[in-house]
Design a protein. Structure first.
Length: 129
């Protein structure tokens, strides 16, 4: 069975789960990659590459197969590291696109304007790597 690996910091929305089966077929297993946590902002590019290689990429090699799908979102250097890894270039790497709608309210007590953003899933878009 083909796998859909979630490699991002937050959980899938119900809308995203429905779209996985609609887009990639009913015969797919959704699994969560280990959370890699916050990438230290003081890391150099080499340190990010080493961290990602030893954590996420090694896990993907052991737990996925060619043509499995990886939903990858997060820190830009980490994403770049995964996309440029030759070890997993036979996986389909995607990211989720969203539409943002802003809503503004005025706080009746303070008169302050409060802006809220509502994000709605649109589609999964494949990275070319």
């Amino acid at each position: 069975m083909r796998k859909f690996v979630v490699a991002m910091a937050h959980d899938l929305s119900e809308e995203q789960k429905k779209d996985i089966f609609k887009t990639f077929g009913e015969e797919i297993e959704i699994i969560q990659a280990p959370k890699i946590g916050v990438i230290d902002p003081h890391f150099t590019t080499s340190q990010v590459n080493e961290y990602v290689e030893n954590n996420l990429i090694s896990w993907l090699i052991e737990n996925t197969a060619p043509n499995d799908i990886v939903l990858l979102q997060g820190e830009p250097c980490m994403v770049s590291c995964v996309l440029h890894s030759k070890k997993i270039n036979d996986r389909v790497i995607v990211h989720a696109t969203t539409e943002r709608r802003a809503q503004e309210e005025i706080d009746k007590k303070t008169g302050e304007t409060i802006k809220k953003s509502v994000f709605s899933h649109v589609q999964f878009r494949e990275y070319k790597h």
